[in-house]
Design a protein around this ligand. Structure first.
Ligand SMILES: Cc1ncc(COP(=O)(O)O)c(C=O)c1O
Length: 459
């Protein structure tokens, strides 16, 4: 049982904590919606003792659920014996060495160089520097331009905000910088022309990228950036043929491909990597989140031969690879992540997710006939339903009805936390979830949708 928190805790939060992605003025008045104090398996408990299934694995990251004595002991041992040492100027720790070895063993396409970082944002920011470092090494410093996609999310650092294709992450900051271009998101349900098949839509998306490259000049285009499955863009899986057609365009013009697997890595899409699910050929992969089951901050850029050769050439030219952070390769984080990879092996993570996938997708498909649901989409253990007012026209509810905030309240009331993105409700539960828990998650979601429907005015 939780010990009740003093009222002053919420008051302190309201008065002093600046919360990301939060209405700042409202928060000063209302304070935190919940304070989470404990977790067990796929459940989290708030300070009032209410428990919720965390259907979004917090921020798509808590792959092993919440609370772990085993991982706590690993962290404790490293903290007790060493605490910290860095990996600058060729030194290091066994924990970082071991993690890099393990990650290289499971990395796709023979990619085996690992650059450790501390967050998804850092990994993407670093990969962007490496793209430019690479092209400079090739005597092509004019290759600076980046192609990303509308609604893509790659972080909120200064440069990663520019990779991110969500306008609301640019507004108010004077971003993006020049040289970042955004193409149509692979969202067949809303972006396809009437009657356009998935394949035709994919062809159009690839042609749009080729036209952009030609318009800008292929000699100026550095890289294409994409998540295998758009996560914060709506848990949207790519339409048939999408990446195959785009990969052909990238190959034709020699444009680098960076796969952001911050969400998709570690079996979220049913294979260890989204890169494998969709047979991608990226030059670099960014991973984070489930790398440590989100128990400690750590991320990595997995670097393929082409880019690494360029990095070595630059290192030769300038005397060393001039990039790194104090906490890149922190031994506590590395030891925890290493243990997480061992746990994945023990639980046969990929096959565990594959075994759950059918039931998970059935949960979505069973909701397809719900009067509030327009689109259902998913793969592996990530998916979403799209809430509409009219299934035929795909019209959304009037904003004043505040349907999505209502659904957020109702799902929580029924003991389920989901991720709301626009009018989509995404689920990406901890990968340790079981088949009965998957069913229970959808039972709670349906209960919330039913209750919402009852309170809405008749169409
Ligand atoms: C695909 C993707 N890339 C990058 C990031 C940024 O990661 P972080 O929040 O660890 O900086 C996120 C975070 O949700 C993400 O989903």
């Amino acid at each position: 049982m939780n010990k009740p928190l003093p009222n002053s805790t919420a008051a302190m939060d309201a008065a002093h904590q600046v919360h990301p992605h939060t209405d700042l003025r409202a928060h000063l008045k209302t304070g935190p919606s919940e304070l989470f104090v404990r977790g067990e398996g796929i459940n989290v408990f708030d300070s009032d003792g209410k428990d919720y299934i965390e259907g979004a694995a917090a921020l798509w990251c808590s792959s092993l659920g919440f609370g772990s004595e085993r991982l706590g002991n690993v962290a404790k041992e490293v903290m007790t014996n060493l605490g910290y040492y860095h990996n600058f100027r060729g030194s290091g720790t066994p924990q970082a060495a071991e993690l890099c070895g393990k990650l290289a063993d499971i990395a796709p396409n023979g990619m085996d160089k690992i650059l450790l970082q501390s967050s998804g944002t850092e990994a993407n920011d670093t990969a962007l520097k490496l793209v430019w470092y690479y092209w400079n090494s090739q005597g092509a410093p004019q290759r600076r331009k980046i192609i990303s996609r509308n609604e893509a999310y790659h972080g909120t650092g200064t440069l990663t905000s520019c990779l991110t294709g969500k306008v609301k992450f640019h507004d108010g900051y004077g971003l993006p910088f020049d040289g970042f271009h955004y193409v149509t998101m692979p969202y067949h349900y809303r972006m396809a022309e009437p009657g356009e098949s998935e394949e035709e839509f994919s062809t159009r998306c690839a042609e749009e990228i080729e036209a952009l490259i030609l318009r800008e000049g292929p000699e100026t285009v550095a890289a294409f950036w994409a998540e295998p499955v758009l996560g914060s863009g709506g848990a949207i899986t790519p339409p048939k043929g999408y990446f195959e057609k785009i990969q052909a365009v990238l190959d034709k013009y020699g444009v680098l491909f960076v796969a952001d697997e911050v969400i998709c890595g570690f079996a979220r899409t049913g294979e260890m990597w989204g890169t494998q699910t969709y047979q991608l050929k990226p030059d670099m992969i960014c991973c984070a989140k489930a790398l440590s089951a989100a128990m400690v901050p750590i991320s990595a850029v997995i670097i393929g031969d082409r880019v690494f050769e360029g990095m070595m050439a630059q290192s030769d030219k300038f005397g060393s690879f001039t990039h790194g952070y104090t906490y890149s390769g922190h031994p506590v984080a590395c030891a925890v992540a290493s243990e997480v990879l061992t746990i994945y092996q023990e639980m046969d993570l990929v096959n565990h997710v594959k075994a759950l996938e059918l039931g998970f997708l059935k949960g979505f498909h069973d909701l397809a006939d719900h009067p509030l649901i327009g689109d259902v989409d998913g793969i592996g253990l990530i998916g979403a339903v799209e809430v509409v007012a009219n299934k035929d026209t795909k019209a959304m509810h009037a904003p004043e009805l505040k349907v999505m905030p209502m659904l957020d309240r109702l799902t929580r009331k029924h003991g389920l936390i989901t991720r709301l993105i626009g009018n989509r409700i995404a689920l990406a539960p901890p990968q340790i979830i079981t088949a009965p828990e998957v069913e229970e998650m959808f039972t709670r979601l349906r209960a919330a949708l039913d209750e919402c429907l009852k309170t809405l005015p008749a169409a």
